[in-house]
Ligand binder design. Sequence first.
Ligand SMILES: *[C@@H]1O[C@H](CO)[C@@H](O)[C@H](O)[C@H]1NC(C)=O
Ligand SMILES: *[C@@H]1O[C@H](CO)[C@@H](O)[C@H](O)[C@H]1NC(C)=O
Length: 929
Amino acid sequence: MAELALSAVSAVSAALALVGEVSSFLDREANHQKDVRDDVQKIRYWLSTVQAYLKHMEGKESDDILKDHVREVRDLAYDIEDVLDEFRVRVPIKFHRHRISKYAEEVIHYFKHWNALREMSSEVQRIKRRMDVIITLDSLIRSISLEEGSSSDARVELRHVTPKEDDMVGFEEHKETLINLLVGDSRSAGLKHIWVVGIGGSGKTILVKNVYESMKVLKEYDCHAWIHVSRSCKINEVLRSMLKQLCKVRKQSDLLELDEGEVRDKLESDLQRRRYLLVLDNVWREDDWKSIVQALPHGSGGSKIIVTSPKHNLAKSCVGSSDNYILKIKGLEWTKAWNLFCKKAFPSNGGLCPEELEEWSQKIVNKCEGLPLAIAAVGSLLSNKRQIPIEWKKLHDSLGFEIDSDSSLAIIGSIWLPSYKDLSNNLKNCFLYFSIFPEDYSIARERLIRLWIAEGFIKEITGGKTLEDVAEDYLNELIGRNLVVVSKWDFDGQVRFCRVQNLIREFIISKSKAENFVKVLAAESDSSSSTDYKIRRLSIHHSKTRWSDMSGLRRVRSLFIFEWDDSLHSGILTLLDNLKLVRSLDLEGAPLTEFPEEIVELTLLRYLSLRGTPVATVPKSIKKLAYLETLDLKHTCVTKLPFEIYALKFLRHLLVYHYNFKNYVAFDSVQGVEVPAGVGSLTAIQKLSLINATKHKKLLEELEVLVDLRKLGLIGLKREDGRALCASIKKMPKLSTLDVRSSHKEEYIELDNMKDNHPINLQRLYLKGRLHKIPGWISSLHSLVRIGLKWSRLETSPLEALQVLPNLMELEMVDAYTGETLEFKAETFKELKFLHLEKIDRLNTVIVEAKAMPKLEKLTICKCEKMEMLPLYISNLTKLQELLVYDMHNNFINRLQKNSDFRYMIEHIPVIHSFTLERNQYWSLQKIS
Ligand SMILES: *[C@@H]1O[C@H](CO)[C@@H](O)[C@H](O)[C@H]1NC(C)=O
Ligand SMILES: *[C@@H]1O[C@H](CO)[C@@H](O)[C@H](O)[C@H]1NC(C)=O
């Protein structure tokens, strides 16, 4: 019941939103069509009643009749949505609020509408008849006491996500064993394999990750890599990913030029002389393991491969020599399970269980069968509940209550179910959304958020928050509940990539099937079936799957394609041709050389990503996509946008740029996009990057009306443009990222004209081009966490101006200063974690005074050719974890060597690496010994 109810509730509310839109259109434009208007009003009334009814039935015991009932309601709601969307497809432009229509167009539209209206009207009649058969309003109303309670969706509140939680309760021994295997081991020994096996949810990955990330371990190895080996992995991609991580290849694009043989050769030659640590996470098949291991040389003494696997037998058959090791992870024993649970459930009570809750807590822990993942999830769920026995009992009773028929999912399902049920409907949808992505797929936070919004999962709330802010709260909520994990953090503690763990993925896939949430074609054998006509979302993971019955596509609202080959490429246009009502189209990485004309016929699109495709132009007909909110053309070859782009009044995110560089970042390694005059008409825009301002001068003035901008990227600025830019920026109170590049390397950026109203919410600032001085207002940016200065060639040290920034975490300087000394004054840069110095040509001395940069974790120095001395008092940077140097003077590198007199200054730094650029443009690691 809970399952059907969610899809029914979602379908009904989606339909309801559309009815609202269509009926206000009818009021405005087709006033005289009284019959149609009345009918639509009736549908609206019916839908709201059904909505109240579903809310009322939520969580009620199920019986089969009711289930059928709810399914019928859902399907009818789908049909209503389809009819209304078909109507919108036919008269799209009139939904444009801002259009100034001319008389002639009015007349044409009138006749177009007329037909569309007539058709809709007859569909509506049919729907009305079905409504009456399914449920009569009277009987519905009788069964509900139409209680207007607080909506469950209103209860999402912001919870802080804490990076890197220590989830190692109960694993101390395993951890110690592993660390002992990895450090201090005889260096002369050959390559060693360590297998860590345990069933899904036993916590083996968390254990290995924790050990892998510890500096104590990392410092023992020259290089290291973490590879997910999903069940659908491609060996070729795995090898590339290994090469990228192990050999520090800077950009994916460099790798694309290598064929598989070259990748293998490079791995072989690079690793031969190194001590490496490799984790192969979640290996299922012996063949995968074999072909990966075959590509690896033994490395220099003591290299290690850790393999995690759910399959104990596999470990036994793969581990040959006695030198190798198998670590078995069982469920936690009682006390450890108990401690973990208490830590999660009673954080405010210091991890102690109140006496009155003890009985139920123990029963709950028993049901989790020692699985740390499950214990943590249930514990976090309970930490949000009222701490009274009855709540605890309720949860206990629901554990294992609704067991899925698939027995392997039985325990798992029963454990996640309470956490799942506890989510509001919108959060449930957001959570189920992860079932769209392939196994082990990490999705970028911002992409996820934009997709959620396009799906309509995010509801506007009062209080000045944008949909993007609300969506971010949702994501944090899912992370806080241990349902979604962060796979990559940003330097400032923001989530960059996230995913669901495999076990949870299994669970949501089963839910997603029951909910008719998404149809996934994941294997060659998968294909569409005749019952698929109801599918709303389609996700293709395997390029060989075939869509045999195209008619089902007509109703698809979201389409994702994760894997391409040439045959799918030719099929894609047919596929697009069959879509009509689609709202989200994610074709990232597709081998499309031209912007397909078929796309502009998809007039209901809200989200379009052609990121990473070779597409080079955007047609004028883009204006037909009047509802578009996101247009993602990053890493495409597009360098110009047509004037018609300004017809997209709802556009919130416009991302167009690409990089092309080899190893050293050159000034012209980024390409922006030219836009015609009129950018001021994109009034809803929040992210706009990178706009090439070279050609038209009014651009910077036009920007001033874009008051909702969060991110602005500009390229091609001249010195005299600074004044207008400052005047515009002043009017953007929400601006958080500003990226400004001058027209060429020697051109000055002048942003001094910002006396008052400077953008106080700015968090990230990048200035690329010459500077006379650091603009004074920058010193007052209290929210600034990252600043990048490139090619500024300042004559006085920029540190004077920057040292007063209280929250600066990352400072990057490339050719930013022409002086010889950089002095980090005592007690400044208190929050700085990352410092990057590159190509500061005359720099010979870096001084770190007492208590400067007390939190510095990573220091990179690159191509500062005059620098022969280590930074003075670097030994006082006690938090420093990594010192990386690239192409530095030999004398500098010699001072890093273990036998050097200066070595004591850096002895405390766990990881020290030096790289030089080879002739073939790859960084190669120099041995420090
Ligand atoms: C900006 O546009 C000009 C032509 O108007 C072009 O020459 C230049 O390469 C473009 N710059 C970038 C970085 O896109
Ligand atoms: C370095 O740290 C030591 C011990 O905390 C302190 O006495 C000394 O003054 C510091 N030196 C500098 C220049 O930071």
